[in-house]
Every structure is written in C-alpha cells, then in structure tokens.
Design a protein around this ligand. Structure first.
Ligand code: NAD
Ligand code: MLT
Length: 317
C-alpha cells in the first residue's frame, strides 16, 4: 500500500496502541495529544490530514473551520454525535466511524446493568464495603418471565435481546427500520414505541442520539411505564430526560436505573443528584471499554485511514 506525500494524523483521545502502530507502519506521522481544549485543538489542527477521536473530544465547527489541511475525522467507536458532521461536510472533510467493533461489549455492559439492577449488586457491594450486613435491604427480582422492552433493534439492541432471552425474558421491541417479520423471527414481539415503554419490566434504549430521540423517555412516557420498571441507558446521554427520571425514582414509580451515559460527560453539577440516588447504578461511559472492543475499533479506524490515504475503497464513512 503506497501513501503519496506526508500524511499527519492527530489522535486526541485514548486509543489502543494498535491504532498508532498501524498508521506508523504505513508511513503516517502520528501525534497523540489528549485533553485539548477547543482553542488548543483549533490552533494545532491546521497541521493534520486526519483526526482520530473517541467520545472525549467534541469536534466543533470552530475546530473544523480552522482545519485547512484536514481530509478525515475518524471516531474509534460507533456514534458520531460528538463530531459536527454538517461543518465537516461544508469543509469537504470525510467523517468515518467503526460501527460494530464495540457492539458485543456494549451489549454485555447493558446486560451487566440489567442484572445488577435486578439483584442490587452494586448497592450490596457498597454496603459490604461499609462493613454492613444488610440482607433485608436488597431483595431483588428474577429476570425469568419478565418483559424486556427494547427501543432500537440495531446491532447492540439485538445482541442484548438474545442474551436476555437466555435468561427467560420475553421481549417487546420497537425500531422503525427493523421489519416486523424479522423481529418475529428473533422472538421479539414488534410493538409501537408507546407500547414498548408501557409493557416493559426492564426498559433499555439502543438508539442514536438525534433530534427525534432526544428525551425519548421523558416525564410523559415515564408516567405510562409500569410501576416498578427498571430502566437502562447504555446508548447516549440525552435519550432519557434525566430530571424526569430522577423525579420518577423519587416518587417510587421507577424501581431503578442503570446509566452508562450522561447528558454531559463528565456529568455537570446538577446531574449528580441522579447519579447519587440509591436506586441508580452508574458507570463512566464504559460500554465499549474492553480490551477486545478497544483493540478492534482502534485497528479498524487506523486501517480505514490507511486505505483512504492510499486511494483505496474506504468503509465506515
Ligand atoms: P445501530 O445504528 O446499529 O442501531 C440503532 C437503531 O436505532 C437502528 O436500527 C435505528 O433504526 C434505530 N432507531 C433510530 N431511531 C429510533 C427511534 N426513534 N425508535 C426506535 N429505534 C430507533 O447502532 P448500535 O451500534 O446498535 O448503537 C446503538 C447506540 O448505542 C448508539 O447510540 C451508539 O452510539 C451507542 N453505543 C454506546 C456505547 C457505549 O459505550 N455506551 C457503545 C456502543 C454503542
Ligand atoms: C460508541 O459510540 O462507540 C461508544 O460511545 C463508545 C466510545 O466511543 O467510547
């Protein structure tokens, strides 16, 4: 594979070492600089042909406008909601991601949150670490026979379904792009979004964050959920209205929530009341944080960059 001319790539979030290795091996100059402010990134981006990020860097229009040499922005992950794709299009900069590389990890993490919610694993552990023996406080529920409601039957949603079915859960699901007969073949009862929300004992969201999905779970839809519902968000902060969720937890209507993602990351001051609620368990956006997923997405994004720089067909655009 031949790359013509010097190509320079900046990696601005932590990525597996293989990302830089693949690029360097192909003759690409790689710099790794993390925790840059918008102004710092806007200042140095003019020197680069490519930028690789995860969720930590927000690639704003200001940065893209200053990027006179930039050809490509790559997300070593699934969502591109931290990249201003309109600004990139205006500037003729390609945006790539690696959908699929972290699907299994995100699905497994969702299942970990579902199971921990069902059995108070996190709360029980915190209690033990406080030198307490509080068996009565942590009565759980079985997953067997419960209804899992899944909003978004894409890659992650479907992997969550098959794993929860192994625990004997019934599944209802809604996805406007997933055909009903395909749903039935996977033993997912296709229902409307409203019915999915209404019937779930455990409700999990696996949609991208778009204008249409922002606050998909809000005060109105929470009011229609079953008393005692448990809710998981391992997709994107902003899909569930955090203030409405906190109110529903405080009223006792929602029995628990498992959150991997937040409206602001790291969370803003006002979000900690939700995170600290005793029936909320949370993780700091760890859905894709496995050795396997990070290796895959890092290698894939680097190979996609090398293909682009050497004039080959590119994927993940
Ligand atoms: P995907 O594109 O394969 O699936 C998303 C599905 O959502 C699609 O099938 C789409 O038709 C459906 N959808 C869109 N709007 C909808 C709506 N209003 N109601 C119901 N369904 C709707 O994406 P994926 O790879 O399965 O990822 C799902 C989400 O998980 C994304 O937000 C992604 O960024 C996130 N994610 C998070 C982590 C993490 O670390 N927590 C890791 C991987 C993915
Ligand atoms: C993703 O969209 O791939 C995830 O949020 C994981 C990540 O980028 O860390």
């Amino acid at each position: 594979m031949t790359i013509s001319g010097e190509k320079r790539v900046l990696i601005s979030d932590p990525t597996d070492k293989i990302c830089a290795d693949v690029l360097i091996q192909a003759g690409v100059h790689v710099d790794q600089k993390q925790k840059l402010s918008e102004a710092e990134l806007a200042e140095i981006i003019k020197d680069y042909d490519g930028l690789i990020v995860r969720s930590g860097t927000t690639v704003t229009a200001t940065i893209i406008e200053a990027a006179h040499r930039l050809k490509v922005i790559g997300r070593a992950g699934t969502g591109v909601d931290n990249i201003d794709c309109d600004a990139a299009t205006r500037k003729g900069v390609m945006v790539m991601n690696t959908p699929g590389g972290n699907t299994i990890s995100a699905a497994e993490h969702t299942c970990a949150l579902i199971m921990s919610l069902a059995r108070n694993v996190a709360q029980g552990d915190a209690s033990m670490k406080a030198h307490k023996w509080e068996r009565k406080n942590f009565m759980g529920v079985e997953l067997m026979g419960k209804t899992l409601g899944v909003l978004g039957l894409g890659r992650v949603g479907r992997e969550v379904v098959s794993r929860c079915q192994a625990f004997g859960m019934k599944v209802v699901g809604y996805d406007p792009m997933f055909p009903e007969d395909a749903s039935r073949k996977l033993a997912i009862e296709p229902v409307s979004a409203a019915e999915c929300i209404r019937r779930a004992d455990f409700l999990t969201v696996h949609v991208p964050l778009l204008d249409e999905t922002r606050n998909l779970i809000n005060a109105d839809s929470l009011a229609t959920t079953k008393p005692g519902v448990r809710i998981v968000n391992c997709a994107r902060g902003g899909i569930i209205d955090e203030a409405a969720l906190l109110a529903a937890l405080e009223s006792g209507h929602v029995a628990g929530a498992g959150l991997d993602v937040f409206e602001s990351e790291p969370p803003a001051e006002h979000e900690w009341a939700l995170i600290k609620h005793p029936r909320v368990i949370s993780t700091p956006h760890l859905g894709a944080s496995t050795e396997e997923a990070q290796g895959k997405v890092a290698q894939e994004i680097a190979e996609q960059f090398v293909n682009l720089f050497s004039g080959k067909t590119v994927s993940g655009v």
